[in-house]
Design a protein around this ligand. Structure first.
Ligand code: ITT
Length: 189
């Protein structure tokens, strides 16, 4: 049994991905009835609000809050921190619609993940992860969630949904945020 951390999220995909990305940790869902509104101006503010909420409910262990989004070159980096509201549950369709008729560099996109971890004594740690790529012309693949069927990482021809959950566990923005957090933690202790 590793170090216990509770994830303040209602997204089960995040739970699965962070379990893979943080070996040696025992990550359990916080299981709160509700989470604070995500009205911060940055991923960090939203991730921190989730973690602080979780820490209030479960002060005996570590708590993780994560906020993420997709940034489209064609929208000047939007929808970014507002991705979830922008997509309203139709991530792949919304991105395809938005980029209809857009070619080349205009299809560039990146995923961003910000992870905030609060230790039992309230000490804050964080990690950021970015995955560069582009938006495909049509959805492909069945794994992952959200924008994964239309997100093609740099250097790949397949979408994240085709590359699959094991690829994501090693390479996603969330996996990168988790390793940045773990590296920072190791260097501090
Ligand atoms: P929380 O309970 O943790 O808030 P959530 O699903 O609402 O879970 P966010 O607020 O962080 O998550 O919103 C993230 C948005 O970005 C949402 O539209 C996701 O579909 C999309 N997104 C984030 N990471 C993704 C990934 O790994 N693959 C596909 N889409 C992703």
């Amino acid at each position: 049994m590793g170090q216990l951390a509770r994830l303040a999220s209602s997204n089960e995909n995040k739970l699965r991905e962070l379990r893979h990305a943080m070996p040696g940790w025992d990550i359990e869902p916080l299981g709160a009835a509700a989470y604070p509104p995500e009205d911060g101006d940055t991923y960090y503010e939203n991730a921190r609000a989730k973690a602080v909420h979780g820490h209030g409910l479960a002060p005996d262990g570590w708590v993780l809050g994560e906020d993420s989004g997709v940034e489209l070159a064609a929208l000047g980096g939007g929808p970014g921190v507002r991705s979830s509201r922008w997509a309203a549950g139709r991530e792949a369709e919304r991105a395809i619609e938005e980029l209809r008729g857009v070619e080349g560099e205009g299809r560039r996109a990146r995923y961003v993940s910000e992870l905030v971890a609060l230790a039992p004594d309230g000490t804050e740690h964080r990690g950021t992860g970015i995955l560069e790529g582009r938006i495909a012309e049509a959805p492909r693949g069945s794994e992952g969630f959200g924008f994964d069927p239309v997100f093609v990482p740099e250097g790949e021809v397949s979408t994240v949904a085709e590359l699959g959950n094991s690829w994501k566990a090693e390479n996603s923005h969330r996996a990168r945020a988790a390793s940045a957090f773990l590296e920072a933690l190791t260097s501090q202790t």
